[in-house]
Design a protein around this ligand. Structure first.
Ligand code: ADP
Length: 349
């Protein structure tokens, strides 16, 4: 640890006045701080002194313009932290080559404050490249898939009942499946890369209504009835579109894996500060050895059945990711031959 900025010429307790035990503790802490890859800057409780570890010192050339600006920014943020205002700030330094430094401040129990400092320039660049990649790949894949679908539909119309028409029908089915997989993969990639970019207050009753509305026609086609048993209005913080997608995926699965004419029950309740949304079906159920794996990407219990129902193997991975982003989780209880109940749990406000 080094002095980053010192107003007094001597620390409050000169080192030679420390007991041997305190001195050893201090030098151990100091060595540990210097070994950390993250920058750490500590301000004394009265705001008169700042210490920094090696990682924080090596961010900028000492006494360069950026270094002076960095120390001033730290000084300001740490003083705010001493007054109780802690938080995370991103600051840009440099003209031609911009470097972004993230500074997270915390208050210390002895009255001082600390800042965790990290150069996140590289991470931001990788995030940008990933987001661009998803946008590009979305265009590059969807355009030819759309064109092949259209051509196959035209071929079927032109060929009537011939063998070629049957083959064109197969092309159309496969391409439809490919389209669904690409859409799910891109949804998952977007959720992973963008994270929870929106944080708004959401009425859960509307989320359920919208999710049920999306699946209604598929359920009708199978004569499956979706019954919303209880839908009290609660609020959660998050991304509405993502939550509709998560609940929609659970209801979609329940309908997909249910027999003709069965009932799918949706129930919303509050338990210990959490909003629980359960989707229960009387479908085939899932054997215990598969239960822990159904949330993995492309994991299917019964490959043939899942493909037959148009599954991509990504739906539950999407649900889990959305649940985690909202500080929640998703669980399943199931019995073979009886049915399954998936429960999404999100902190309620
Ligand atoms: P898929 O698109 O194949 O349905 P999911 O990720 O949504 O992919 O689900 C993974 C697997 O979990 C499915 O292939 C299926 O075997 C099983 N599964 C999901 N939901 C249910 C359900 N409600 N009843 C029985 N099995 C289910």
């Amino acid at each position: 640890m080094a002095w980053l900025k010192r107003k007094d010429t001597e620390p409050e307790t000169p080192l030679h006045q420390l007991s041997e035990e305190d001195f050893l503790t201090l030098s151990r802490i100091s060595a540990t701080m210097d070994a950390l890859p993250l920058g750490v800057v500590v301000m004394s409780g009265d705001g008169s002194n700042m210490w920094s570890n090696r990682a924080a010192d090596s961010l900028f050339t000492p006494q360069s313009d950026d270094h002076i600006l960095f120390v001033e920014s730290l000084d300001g943020l740490l003083r705010e932290a001493l007054a109780g205002a802690i938080g995370k700030t991103e600051l840009d330094f440099g003209d031609q080559v911009v470097r972004t430094i993230e500074i997270a401040t915390v208050t210390l129990t002895d009255g001082g404050a600390a800042a965790i400092v990290e150069d996140i320039t590289q991470r931001l660049m990788i995030d940008r490249v990933r987001t661009d990649f998803v946008a590009n790949i979305s265009h590059e894949l969807r355009t030819p898939i759309g064109a092949i679908s259209l051509m196959a539909e035209n071929l079927i119309a032109e060929m009537g009942k011939s063998e070629s028409a049957r083959l064109a029908e197969i092309i159309l089915n496969e391409v439809t499946r490919l389209n669904e997989t690409v859409n799910d993969l891109l949804d998952l990639a977007r959720i992973e890369f963008d994270g929870l970019s929106k944080r708004e207050s959401i009425h859960t009753a509307r989320v359920i209504d919208e999710a049920v509305g999306r699946i209604r026609s598929a359920a009708l086609a199978k004569s499956v009835m979706i019954v919303v048993e209880d839908n009290p209005d609660m609020s959660v913080i998050g991304d509405r579109a993502q939550l509709v997608s998560a609940v929609g995926n659970l209801i979609d699965n329940a309908v997909k894996y249910s027999d003709q004419g069965s009932i799918v029950k949706v129930e919303v309740r509050r338990e210990e500060g959490r909003m629980l949304i359960s989707v229960a079906d009387n479908g085939p159920g899932i054997a215990p050895e598969h239960l822990g794996r159904v949330f993995e990407r492309f994991y299917r219990v019964d490959d043939a059945r899942s493909r037959g129902t148009g599954g991509t193997g990504l739906g539950l991975a999407i649900v889990r990711h959305i649940a985690l982003l909202h500080g929640g989780d998703v669980s399943v209880k199931s019995e073979v031959g009886v049915g399954s109940t998936f429960t999404l749990s999100i902190p309620a406000v």
